[in-house]
Design a protein around this ligand. Structure first.
Ligand code: AMP
Ligand code: GLY
Length: 435
């Protein structure tokens, strides 16, 4: 079969690597892809944008694509799935309506309340003065979370116990023309405490298969210091959350979302990614995403034993229940992933990033052989080949290294050991991932 994958980051490099291993796959096209993926057998990269619907329709038709797999959130919230399915192309990814679980925090919160999915208590406002009045009555010593309704690339959430910061955030989000986050609606939310974990499920509209759990590190610096980033690395926890918590998540979160979305006439198909706060055996949903995470994908896909494609293809057709022994299984191992970023990243204060530097790395680390069985891999994101054919850094998050082992400590050691052989000028990474 022929697959078209949309996206270009480390997440899509890991997806392409995993899917290219499938015996079912003859050709895998990635739009726009990156120079790491281009090294994979069966893989070709295509020019274009992941939200260019006419181009994606034309490409799918011309290449005779059997399945489109969507990496990032924008094409989902812009209706790429709907446009393709209207033309009879099979897609692994939710419709525009179903993608509201991620694209609208207010939709998502209302849905959770309606279906009794455990989550933080929240109030929503589309009027600044009313939000401000509610904030004045808030017991700030318990903390407050302010969330912009729209997609804001991770910048639309502030958690604070400081009244001045809370009020400034509300003003910035709703009134300040100079703020990069702009929203007509905000949520004011109870601050949850506990330990964060993300749970992933492959869904077909009615049923799901678990893709495992991951913990990520969002701040740029060791010990969770410095500004937020897209993610500096993470690991798949072993023996946590407890089996009780996991069963609760499967019943009260995944099954309930599938039932609720179906009842509402927008069945959920694709990846459901639940960000959770767990205290004891009590998980609460912080947010939903409707796609794989970056770098969670680079943590989770190396832990999938065997072929991923039959599961994605069945899910796209609403047929997970017919998969039988072809359904994915997860290895009884754990993995650690460490991201290397360009100097200056995340440049929230306007710092210029140090780009265009040659990346030194052992060739065998790039997963270029289909099915090559290694315990460590490098996935590329903001990296490209220059005219001389050298790999140079071209974005904030440049690359990441994943290592597998039977226990976390072993995976962590191997990941850092592997990273020693990778270098470029200005490179930054955290040294406490998985500690
Ligand atoms: P979100 O964009 O909703 O994932 O929020 C970003 C981050 O803010 C989460 O990963 C949490 O660390 C934090 N956060 C969001 N909502 C809450 C909450 N209600 N209580 C505590 N932390 C939160
Ligand atoms: N790593 C968080 C995300 O992909 O949303």
């Amino acid at each position: 079969m022929k697959i078209l994958l949309l996206g270009s980051g480390g997440r899509e490099h890991a997806m392409a690597w995993k899917m290219a291993q499938s015996e079912m796959v003859e050709n895998l096209y990635v739009l726009p892809g990156n120079d790491g993926m281009a090294l994979l057998p069966k893989v070709s990269t295509l020019f274009g944008s992941v939200t260019d619907i006419p181009l994606i329709l034309k490409t799918s038709k011309e290449l005779g694509i059997d399945l489109v797999v969507i990496g990032p959130e924008n094409p989902l919230s812009e209706g790429v799935t709907d446009a393709l399915e209207e033309k009879g192309v099979k897609v692994f990814g939710p419709s525009r309506q179903a993608a509201q679980l991620e694209s609208s925090k207010v939709f998502s919160k209302n849905f959770m309340v309606e279906y009794d999915i455990p989550t933080a208590k929240a109030l929503s406002f589309d009027n600044y003065d009313e939000a401000k009045a509610a904030m004045e009555k808030w017991d700030i010593t318990q903390g407050i979370v302010i969330k912009a309704d729209e997609l804001a690339a991770g910048k639309g959430v502030v958690v604070t116990k400081d009244r001045v910061e809370a009020e400034k955030t509300l003003f910035d989000f709703m009134k300040n023309p100079d703020c990069t986050v702009k929203t007509k609606r905000v949520l004011l939310e109870e601050m949850l405490t506990g330990k964060e974990v993300s749970a992933f499920a492959i869904c077909d509209g009615e049923n799901f298969i678990s893709l495992g759990y991951a913990c990520d590190y969002k701040r740029v610096g060791n010990g969770d210091t410095g500004p937020n980033t897209g993610g500096m690395g993470g690991y798949s926890p072993k023996n946590w959350p407890s089996d009780t918590t996991k069963s609760f998540i499967e019943e009260k979160v995944f099954k309930t979302v599938l039932r609720g979305m179906k009842e509402m006439g927008m069945p959920f198909k694709g990846i459901l990614f639940a960000g959770l706060m767990v205290e004891g055996d009590n998980p609460k949903v912080i947010e939903f995403n409707v796609r794989l995470g970056d770098p969670e994908t680079q943590i989770l896909l190396p832990l999938v034993a065997g072929d991923l494609v039959p599961t994605l293809y069945s899910a796209a057709q609403g047929k997970l229940s017919e998969l039988g022994s072809q359904a994915i299984k997860l290895k009884n191992e754990t993995s650690v992933h460490i991201v290397m970023t360009s100097g200056g990243y995340p440049s929230t204060d306007g710092t210029k990033m140090d780009l265009g530097n040659t990346i030194d790395y052992p060739q065998e680390l790039l997963p270029n052989e289909v099915g090559a069985s290694r315990n460590n891999y490098m996935f590329l994101a903001g990296a490209k080949k220059n005219e001389a054919g050298d790999l140079v850094n071209s974005g904030g998050r440049v690359l990441g290294v994943t290592a597998l082992a039977s226990e976390l400590e072993g995976a962590r050691k191997l990941a850092y050991e592997t990273l020693k052989d990778v270098s470029f000028k200005g490179a930054h990474w955290r040294t406490d991932i998985g500690l």
